[in-house]
Design a protein around this ligand. Structure first.
Ligand code: ADP
Length: 482
């Protein structure tokens, strides 16, 4: 389409981001990645590799090593050996490494963003403007904590070797959330990325080499669930930090019980998004876009259950439908795309099956009039209305771009509906009345309650969970944006 035609129709033209640098990175490893153990690229002892695909194009990106028990043991041994000198360096010297990592991430941010979009399928706008800048901020932030540790946090002590198992929805951000605070507090780590999205963690290994991080402080082992299980069961791992499915979280809880290992688990959610009749409905609509269509809805604290006061329900639904019609689904490297690809066919199938069950239960399903690109693993934004609270789509985490809506009449009914789930990760409340918001917030059984915003995070939590200190913390934080 010519620029003149674009001006006439005001249609979006294609705006592809160059993948040159990321392709060069993949080629520099001959598209076959080893494990990063003790500061060196190490072939997997099994000799096995698996393939990583781009979900937006279905093209093969690279072969990734499958680590077995022997490789996990080697990585843990390296981390154990590196522990004492890393602790003895002191917070101030560790901070210098963390600052150096942060600067390198900023320097290579475009490459990280493009590679993440290629590997995960999420829009380049999100990786470029949200994920990677936040990754750099996390390393800067925790460099600051490391610097302050000797003077301000004298009671804090390292835990030891930490096994970190992360999912595919925010690969680099999860890596930063886990690695930055752990290193700051003097721990060494063995990290296993998710099998669908290992590439940015492997690029991060290159950064660790570039800044001269002492060998063994960070080890990256790739593989499937069996690799994760070997890490969980290793006797020299002092803590497991896991983010992923509730099902695997339970397995890890059982495997670590009675071993003395510490664990932190961040699992699933079915977070309520509660809209009272006095809310600013246009802001609510944009809040919903952020809550459920951000990252294709593959967010553990996604606002996936919309609870709306009956008096404004139909008005809000029609505003949401109008907005959905304008959302653009497509190639993750296109800068004007709002929703990218679903990470893998298995995840796409789970979404399709749950949507079908939602229809079978008699809930009303609405999707925009346009169709998704045929190549790649795409799913359109989807809205269910008149949903029964007991329906499977109101209870199960879908982990896709599917919003389920139901209405309430009284404030107490809103609270009951919000709490009618086995999850308790996050929630958000929308009203122009601060007194109402502050009355409802403590009644919601969720770790975080956002007011007039959603998916806003607090970095301060991470230092506490990655160090040996008993901190009396309020379980609930109210984060307001009024
Ligand atoms: P998701 O639904 O987000 O893919 P999973 O819990 O399946 O969640 O995966 C999250 C991470 O846990 C991935 O890195 C995966 O390889 C790993 N994993 C899967 N099964 C196990 C297991 N039994 N023990 C340890 N880690 C596992």
């Amino acid at each position: 389409m010519s620029i003149k035609e674009i001006y006439q129709t005001m249609e979006y033209g294609p705006a592809p981001e160059s993948n040159k640098e990321s392709v060069a990175f993949l080629d520099s490893h001959k598209r076959k990645f080893s494990l990063f153990i003790n500061g060196k690229w190490t072939k997997p002892s099994s000799g096995e590799y698996f393939e990583s695909f781009s979900p937006a194009t279905t093209q093969k990106l690279a072969q990734i090593a499958e680590a077995n028990e022997k490789d996990v043991d080697d990585a843990v041994k390296a981390a154990k050996k590196a522990l004492k000198p890393w602790v003895e360096l002191g917070g101030h010297s560790r901070a210098r490494y963390l600052y150096a990592i942060a600067r390198q991430i900023q320097k290579h941010s475009r490459n990280f963003a493009v590679l993440e979009s290629m590997d995960n399928g999420k829009p380049i706008r999100e990786t470029r403007d949200i994920d990677i800048p936040l990754v750099a901020r996390h390393f800067y932030h925790h460099a600051g904590w490391a610097q302050l540790m000797d003077t301000e946090m004298k009671d804090y002590k390292e835990i030891g070797v930490i096994g970190q198992i992360i999912p595919w929805n925010f690969p680099m951000l999860m890596l930063a959330w886990k690695i930055a605070p752990a290193l700051a507090m003097g721990n060494t780590v063995v990290l296993k990325p998710a099998e669908f999205t290992s590439l940015t963690a492997l690029l991060f290994a290159d950064i660790c080499k570039q800044v001269g991080l002492p060998d063994g402080v960070v080890n990256i082992i790739t593989g499937h669930g069996g690799t994760g299980a070997a890490l969980v069961n290793h006797p020299d791992v002092s803590k497991i930090a896991f983010t992923g499915s509730t099902e695997v979280g339970k397995i890890i809880r059982r495997a670590t019980a009675g071993t003395g290992k510490k664990i932190s688990l961040e699992l699933g959610g079915k977070s309520p998004f509660i809209v009272f009749e006095d809310a600013d409905l246009d802001s609510v609509v944009e809040g919903i876009v952020d809550a459920i269509w951000f990252n294709q809805g593959q967010v553990c604290c996604a606002g996936s259950r919309l609870l709306v006061q009956e008096s404004v329900a139909e008005k809000l639904y029609s505003k949401i439908r109008a907005r959905m019609e304008t959302l653009r689904v497509g190639d993750s490297l296109d800068k004007s795309v709002d929703i990218g690809a679903i990470v893998a066919p298995i995840q796409l199938k789970t979404i399709e099956d749950l949507v079908q069950k939602g229809k079978d239960d008699g809930n009303i399903c609405w999707q925009p009039s346009w169709t998704c690109p045929k190549e790649g693993y795409f799913y359109p934004p989807t809205l269910f209305t008149n949903v029964s609270p007991s329906s499977i789509i109101a209870q199960e985490e879908i982990f896709g771009p599917v919003l389920v809506a139901m209405s309430f009449r009284s404030h107490s009914e809103a609270v009951k509906l919000a709490n009618n789930t086995r999850y308790g990760l996050a929630s958000s409340i929308w009203t122009e009345n601060i007194n109402l918001a502050l009355d409802i917030a403590p009644q919601i059984k969720a770790g975080t309650v956002w007011i007039n915003c959603s998916n806003v995070f607090d970095r301060r939590d991470l230092v506490d969970i990655e160090s040996q200190v008993m901190v009396e913390k309020a379980a609930k934080r109210a984060c307001t944006n009024m």
